[in-house]
Ligand binder design. Structure first.
Ligand code: F6P
Length: 244
């Protein structure tokens, strides 16, 4: 695991955007695994600016998202479909037929999970998977206790995750379930880039840095993956800012 310590959110975002851009430049038909949440927003902003400035095309890029809420329509402003369309797909010109998210609206949830895993398999797995990390160490929506060999499945969101995401729903009824790529599915990615910013991620990052795989902290599954880069800022690492 390569750990890059940066000063702050901005530096993390610039560096992560550069890594994604380099991947697409070297492999214009790359399959990108993408995350939502607050953490990668700055990365996506820099990527959009840089791709426009350097005329980098995303027309052949394919994307698969980690997760989607169950029980809200794709058109809901807080759905991950809406987030991706607004922040990534439209501004980068990623074609609708090339961008994939789980369908959280279906009543056939089990079939949807199987479909999503098969789709990723048919894409010959993810070339670069971007991950955020939850305060409790979740990756995607894989909550503590999720088996490390899990495939795409439905999850009941924990109190910690519901609390962290309540700000996006502002008193509105909040979804309590989601469909998420499993940890086993995530581990099949060829390369993984995990981003962490802010002191609320300190404990989760410290568990990851311990190098001990523990199903109570889902992100520690990454310890066994051969190609992981963590970009974390000084608050998440709880250290004075320095590059390691
Ligand atoms: O980046 P944030 O908003 O702190 O969220 C961390 C993680 O939590 C999720 O938003 C799910 O709760 C993930 O998509 C994300 O990686």
């Amino acid at each position: 695991m390569r750990v890059i310590a940066v000063a702050d959110y901005e530096e993390m975002s610039v560096l992560a955007a550069e890594m994604i851009e380099a991947k697409v430049r070297n492999q214009p038909d790359a399959v990108l695994g993408l995350a939502t949440g607050g953490t990668p927003l700055g990365t996506y902003r820099h990527l959009v600016e840089s791709a426009a400035a350097r005329h980098l095309s995303f027309r052949r890029v394919k994307t698969v998202n980690l997760d989607e809420y169950v029980g809200i329509p794709a058109s809901h402003p807080q759905s991950y479909h809406s987030y991706m369309k607004e922040n990534v797909f439209d501004p980068l010109g990623i074609l609708p037929e090339n961008s994939h998210l789980p369908n959280g609206e279906t009543l056939e949830l089990t079939a949807e999970c199987a479909r999503y895993d098969k789709l990723i398999q048919e894409l010959n797995s993810v070339d670069l998977q971007v991950l955020g990390i939850g305060q409790n160490g979740h990756i995607g929506f894989n909550e503590p206790g999720t088996p490390f060999n899990s495939s795409t499945h439905v999850v009941e969101l924990t109190e910690s995750t519901l609390r962290a995401n309540a700000k996006y729903f502002k008193g509105e009824k909040q979804p309590v379930q989601a469909i998420t790529m499993g940890i086993g599915t995530i581990l099949k990615s060829k390369e993984i880039l995990l981003l962490a910013s802010g002191s609320s991620k300190k404990e989760a990052i410290s568990a990851l840095m311990s190098g001990i795989r523990d199903e109570n902290v889902p992100a520690t599954a990454l310890v066994s993956h051969p190609s992981v880069t963590v970009i974390a800022d000084s608050e998440a690492l709880a250290v004075e800012s320095k590059r390691v």
